[in-house]
Design a protein around this ligand. Structure first.
Ligand code: ADP
Ligand code: MG
Length: 418
């Protein structure tokens, strides 16, 4: 692949986009809008401002009316595309705007849309576009991310919601201080469907509590994990019911669309929309890296560095829980208990070396009974387990001691190499 290292200028005609990728480690590419108007996944660019993209970035700069762009640095790929689905995405936004206006007039909740599709079709990107367009109209939509595999607004393995009132930073995406977060602790919903569905129900219940009228009529945009045939139907249906979804946008796959039409409630609108030819598939390695970077930045910061704390806690001062006990054959179960009852059992665990490097979710819950319905306060990582002294060393964004002593074990691990 040809690598270019210098300043390149691109002149875009109306309704075209410049696509570029920054691949090599440590590389940075600067984007500057020289003239005209342009946007990155819905966020308007400010003229003469330099936007820095680091490695892993796959970007499209779209223009409705034409523009001149400049890229400085080494890009592996950089080309102009004339075919984009942006006018279709913009129509989706217009339709949502109409529903928001109506909701405002009638004092009703705004539209709830869910975006579904297989892996790497631009689901998250479409969410960003719709959120940014809404923010540009001075709306305040709720963004719900049900994808536990990716880290967009909250720790991988968790699901969460935020209110979006400003356009996202094109180079940083969602940078959120405190999303409303619920624990799941695994990297695929299918690892514990019952628990996942409980978390979705709770998030739906709590994210709907609009703090003002603007939030209420601005509606909700829901991102979902990649749809896997034969596995995702139950999850998607559950989420549709929990969030009272009005419309589902199915990205790319007619097969999925037909599948959904078969199973969806009659009142639900399902719309098939094309994916962009620019969407780039990520390798497993890249996915792992993105997760790793998210956790690292949670503790150590990104562009603005953070200085996490490390402190010891006594085993006796914390309660560590995990969700789900091993599944027993039904013949071993007590009379009257079904096998699946175990998957959502809250088990109090004694620390051991097996929790070393694991992420622990700090819950606001005051008791084991309220763990499912309570959101998370934050995260810590176990960096040492001292069995003799019965102590744990924790990496934490806040200084010790822990403000909340109920912790939930996550499957997620982080090696603190700082
Ligand atoms: P999904 O959520 O369906 O897995 P994403 O929205 O994360 O897919 O998109 C995959 C990757 O493709 C992302 O890195 C995103 O920035 C990139 N991408 C999306 N749309 C375009 C486009 N039009 N041109 C270039 N890259 C794009
Ligand atoms: Mg995604």
């Amino acid at each position: 692949m040809v690598e270019e290292e210098h300043t390149q200028e691109f002149i875009l005609e109306k309704e075209c986009e410049l696509r570029f990728e920054v691949e090599s480690k440590g590389q940075k590419v600067e984007l500057e809008l020289k003239s005209g108007l342009a946007e990155v996944f819905g966020t308007e660019l400010v003229k003469q401002k330099k936007y820095k993209f680091s490695n892993g970035s796959k970007v499209a700069v779209f223009t409705w009316h034409g523009c001149t762009l400049q890229l400085t640095g080494r890009t592996e790929v950089a080309y102009i595309a004339k075919e984009t689905p942006m006018s279709i995405y913009s129509n989706c936004h217009q339709a949502l705007e109409e529903l928001r206006k109506k909701a405002d007039e009638d004092d009703l909740p705004g539209p709830v849309v869910m975006i579904v599709g297989p892996r790497d079709v631009g689901k998250t990107t479409l969410c960003k576009i719709l959120l940014n367009y809404a923010a540009r109209m001075h709306r305040r939509p709720t963004y719900v991310d049900l994808d536990v595999t990716r880290a967009q607004i909250c720790m991988p393995g968790c699901i969460g919601a935020i209110r979006v009132e400003r356009q996202l930073n094109p180079a940083e995406g969602f940078h959120v201080q405190s999303p409303l977060t619920y624990h799941f602790g695994k990297l695929s919903p299918n690892d514990n469907i019952d628990h996942y569905n409980i978390a979705v129900t709770e998030l739906a219940k709590h994210s709907k509590l609009a703090d003002n009228k603007k939030t209420k009529f601005s509606g909700t945009i829901i991102n979902t994990p990649a749809w896997v045939k034969g596995e995702s139907e139950k999850l998607i249906l559950h989420a549709i019911k929990s969030f009272k979804v009005d419309a589902v946008l199915v990205l790319d796959q007619e097969r999925l669309y037909n599948e959904l039409v078969k199973i969806k409630p009659e009142s639900l609108k399902a719309i098939l929309i094309p994916k962009s030819g620019g969407v780039v598939a990520k390798s497993q390695l890249q996915r792992d890296e993105i997760r790793e970077i998210f956790i690292k930045e949670y503790f150590y910061g990104g562009r603005i560095p953070l200085y996490p704390h490390s402190f010891e806690v006594k085993w006796s001062d914390v309660n560590i829980f995990k969700i789900g006990a091993p599944l027993l054959p039904s013949s071993c179960m007590p009379v009257g208990m079904k096998v699946e009852d175990n998957s959502t059992k809250i088990v109090n665990i004694t620390p051991s070396l097996s929790i070393l490097h694991h992420v622990l979710c700090v819950t606001f819950a005051q008791s084991a009974e309220t763990i499912f319905e309570t959101n998370l306060a934050g995260f810590v990582v176990v960096t040492n387990v001292d069995v003799d002294r019965q102590c744990l060393t924790l990496l934490s964004p806040q200084p010790g001691p822990l403000m909340h002593n109920h912790l939930i074990l996550s499957d997620l691990q982080f090696m603190d190499t700082h």
